[in-house]
Design a protein around this ligand. Structure first.
Ligand code: CP
Length: 300
């Protein structure tokens, strides 16, 4: 059986714990009993990405798996009118060990996962979710604060358009951390099922990890004053005085510096933004390792 990872609802807690323990072994430079040589992984990025794409590619390289990349439309037969779905089916017919897909809402990964033979790892799917990002965030929290259970994670900003926030709502249920939101009314979901802080100060005082999201400028052009946003909801040196010295400052990237997070904050000792990126490789390596191992076990 193949195990696609499209969301985090379907990933059992014991599997997440095991994934984190494999990531710990990778981070500690322990060698894994794994032979990637001769295997391929197809990385299909139909939408822009820096971190996720390079992170999956690094993970493949460290496991000895050859990664095959398709970046955007240019130079592919999508330019000749081939559909996204047909593109994925054709790459799948080359028998990669797994498919990593980043795409918009115009591709139905759920439906596609039933048609392909290789497992699909969701690398950011429209507004639906970005499971490996939430996993690497939670893993970063666990590494710095010892456990995810009982932590208070404040997500600030453009939650309505955020696939990262969607995945955290799912993962929080599994790992027992609490998520609360803060941001301008028009950035938040119409009916939030979690605590909402209208004041950033109160939210920061409550939280053990505060995560700023990218203001999706392309969706708010002209409709919002970025200067007001920064003053009210920005992670500025001034605003972050209300966050405990032991709490974490996070951001999934890419950052609009000077809007949702100030440049000086990147050198705050509480800021784990680049650590999230480093941990992202361990998490994706662990996920690929477990995906390929379970395929091999199923075949033997
Ligand atoms: N965090 C994240 O998904 O970044 P990229 O869009 O650069 O991959």
């Amino acid at each position: 059986t193949k195990h696609s990872i499209l969301d985090l609802n379907s990933l059992e807690k014991t599997k997440i714990d095991f994934l984190f323990s494999v990531a710990d072994r990778i981070a500690a430079d322990e060698s894994l009993d794994f032979k990637g040589f001769g295997k391929t992984g197809a990385l299909l990025f139909f939408e822009a990405s820096t971190r996720t794409r390079m992170s999956f590619e690094t993970a493949c390289a460290r496991l000895g798996i050859h990664s095959l990349r398709l970046d955007g439309k240019a130079g592919t037969s999508l330019e000749k009118g081939e559909t996204l779905e047909d593109t994925v089916l054709n790459v799948d017919a080359m028998n990669p060990s797994f498919l990593v897909v980043r795409c918009g809402d115009d591709l139905d990964l759920e439906d596609l996962s039933k048609k392909v033979q290789s497992p699909i790892l969701n690398a950011g799917w429209g507004k639906k979710g970005h499971p490996t990002q939430a996993l690497l965030d939670a893993y970063t929290i666990r590494r710095h604060l010892g456990t995810c259970h009982g932590q208070k994670v404040l997500i600030v900003g453009d939650v309505r358009h955020s696939r990262v926030a969607s995945s955290h709502f799912e993962l929080a249920q599994k790992l027992g951390y609490e998520v609360a939101l803060c941001g301008p009314k028009e950035f938040l979901p119409e009916s939030a099922k979690v605590k909402v802080f209208s004041s950033l100060r109160e939210g920061l005082e409550w939280s053990t990890a505060a995560m700023a999201l990218r203001v999706q400028l392309e969706r708010h052009q002209g409709s919002y004053s970025l200067e007001n946003y920064r003053a009210q909801f920005g992670f500025t040196v001034e605003n972050l005085k209300h966050l405990s010295s032991k709490a974490l400052i996070m951001h999934p990237g890419p950052i609009n510096q000077g809007t949702e997070l100030d440049t000086e904050v990147l050198s705050d000792p509480r800021c784990k933004v680049l650590d999230q990126v480093t941990n992202g490789v361990y998490i994706r390596q662990a996920l690929i390792y477990l995906t390929v191992q379970s395929m091999s076990e199923a075949q033997s």
